[in-house]
Write a protein that binds this ligand. Structure first.
Ligand SMILES: [Zn+2]
Length: 571
């Protein structure tokens, strides 16, 4: 007698092979049978017309803090994600000394846009070392499984103190200490190490983040922690100011350790050929036997601009600062006042506020051709003719007027700003990246950019858009897309017990109506600790999600079950 049998679904098993009809049987926390007719069970799920897949494995999130206080881990858990990794982009909360708690909160706030007050309220700091952080994570049960990576910023501050904050270079002793701490973290079950070398990461005072100036010696030195270990990946978020040098040290680390080194790859507006150069860098590294990999985003990284988001085209004008003191409804009411509208539209950006923004954010507030009214369901591949700039050219209204009036119509109105990955005004570059089998899917950034980006929905959207609804170019098979976000992400990070529907594998799976998957427009919620604000996004169409054989979500409702655990790498 099986515990659960999902009967008659189309089975897309995560390997990429064509879907087929049959039963999936679950016993305890494992899959017992895939395909054919399964015997009797305590619970039958009639799934004719539905699809069954492995649960999504999302390797790029930032729930480092949230995972310590929240068991639900929305919105990722709403979207069929059953395993997440965090500790990405070089930021995290361990290791840490007591005196540096607020410095790490400040970094996470400025880089990943998670409000400092939320972190301050939520984080209990019952750890110092990374292994202790893992132990603290292990205390809580959740809807989904979690895994952690060691982040460079906290590590550097832990070892170097103020010298890290002041961005001084690491000496040989510092590097040895960092390497040893990474080794200890990996041995305790970290899935890897991540660093960040990017200008878009500024601290609250506008300074570059501590690891930005790390020298190559330091990066290669820390990489030695992976030697003779057999698991773990090394992640890099870089501007690639010196492409050859960056690729060279990554190749060196990958070769010396035999472990994958991955970097974030997006198509940047200021350098449209960049992604191709970096992809050929990956291919030549691979030819040398170095497992260098580009981690890509399945859709353009999209910033939401609204009256109640971090940024909008007016948020750095002086009069907007007065609006910020009001709750969203009153803010909207004030915006309807013609005198206020005239005053705000007559103003320039405040140079002082502009200066505090990173380059990316400066660009966001001033580029009308990249702002698109976002519908419901949201359109993530709008035609360039639909931009605020294009609408203005067709009318006698300025872009400012069009954007203002659109946003003033309600708190649920957002302008979509595809910040990277949208050169050419379509998804063709992303399609090319997705077509390259050396890339790995990631960058949903779940848990981060609380009031500006909500790409935690990407796993659902990959199927909706790329396998079903795309109208402006070719699509991918659902089998390919399922493989991309299950077995591929799982294997890459050494999660070998999941990502494929097969007998003996962990029973993490989704049962959904492929034709009925529907993404809602983003919404603003104030449900973080201290009433902190975040963007959420819901989806229809998932009937059942299982983690370790236990149903966690049914038709969008949490069943109350918390089978999710901390996963330790190398076990
Ligand atoms: Zn990230």
């Amino acid at each position: 007698m099986h515990d659960t049998v999902i009967r008659g679904a189309t089975i897309v098993d995560g390997t990429g092979k064509p879907g087929f009809t049959g039963d999936v049987a679950l016993d305890g926390d494992k899959i017992a049978q895939v395909g054919g007719k399964a015997g009797p069970s305590k619970r039958d799920i009639q799934a004719d017309g539905l699809m069954v897949t492995p649960g999504w494995v999302d390797a790029h999130t930032h729930y480092d803090g949230q995972a310590t206080w929240d068991s639900q881990l929305a919105p990722s858990s709403w979207h069929g994600v059953t395993t997440i990794l965090f500790g990405n982009c070089g930021v995290g909360f361990a290791p840490v000394k007591k005196r540096d708690h607020s410095a790490l909160i400040g970094l996470m706030e400025s880089i990943e846009e998670i409000p400092g007050v939320v972190l301050d309220e939520g984080l209990k700091w019952n750890w110092e070392t990374f292994p202790e952080y893992l132990n603290a994570l292990e205390q809580r049960q959740r809807t989904i499984d979690i895994g952690a990576q060691i982040a460079h910023h906290p590590l550097r501050v832990y070892v170097m103190g103020d010298r890290a904050i002041n961005r001084e270079p690491a000496n040989a002793d510092d590097i040895a200490q960092m390497r040893d701490a990474v080794r200890a973290g990996l041995e305790a079950g970290a899935f890897g190490f991540t660093t960040s070398r990017t200008n878009s990461h500024k601290t609250p005072t506008g300074e570059m983040v501590p690891s930005r100036y790390s020298e190559v010696d330091e990066l290669v030195g820390i990489g030695q922690a992976f030697k003779n270990l057999g698991y773990g990946a090394y992640g890099v978020n870089s501007d690639f100011e010196h492409e050859a040098e960056e690729l060279e040290w990554m190749t060196k680390v990958a070769k010396e350790t035999g472990r994958p080194v991955w970097f974030l790859l997006t198509d940047r507006p200021n350098d449209p050929e960049r992604w191709q150069r970096l992809m050929s860098g990956v291919h030549s590294a691979r030819k040398q036997g170095a497992m260098v990999t580009a981690q890509i985003a399945g859709r353009p990284v999209g910033v939401m601009l609204g009256v109640d988001t971090n940024l909008n085209p007016f948020s750095i004008r002086p009069s907007w600062q007065d609006l910020l003191k009001l709750p969203p409804e009153q803010r909207l009411a004030r915006m309807q006042d013609p005198a206020f509208r005239a005053k705000l539209l007559g103003e320039e950006h405040s140079p002082e506020l502009l200066k505090r923004l990173s380059q990316f954010r400066q660009y966001i507030t001033t580029s009308w051709d990249r702002m698109f009214p976002m519908g419901s369901p949201p359109n993530y591949e709008p035609h360039p003719d639909e931009s605020i700039g294009a609408m203005s050219k067709r009318s006698n209204r300025t872009p400012e007027e069009i954007a203002y009036d659109y946003l003033a119509a309600g708190a649920d109105k957002f302008l979509y700003f595809p910040i990277v990955g949208y050169n050419g005004g379509n998804h063709e570059v992303i399609r090319a990246m997705l077509s390259d089998e050396t890339t790995i899917l990631g960058l949903s950034d779940g848990g981060a950019h609380c009031s500006s980006i909500v790409d935690a929905s990407v796993p659902s959207w990959m199927l909706i858009h790329w396998a079903r609804d795309r109208s402006r170019g070719p699509k991918f098979s659902v089998e390919n897309l399922v493989k991309r976000q299950t077995s591929e992400t799982a294997r890459f990070f050494g999660l070998n017990d999941r990502g494929v529907l097969a007998a003996g594998m962990k029973a993490d799976l989704n049962v959904f109506n492929f034709d009925g998957l529907r993404l809602h427009a983003p919404e603003v919620a104030y449900d973080l600790p201290k009433g902190g604000r975040r963007l959420l996004q819901r989806v229809d169409g998932y009937h059942h999600t299982f983690v370790s054989g236990t149903e966690t979500w049914q038709n969008g409702e949490h069943t109350g079950a918390l089978p999710g655990r901390l996963v330790r790498a190398g076990r």
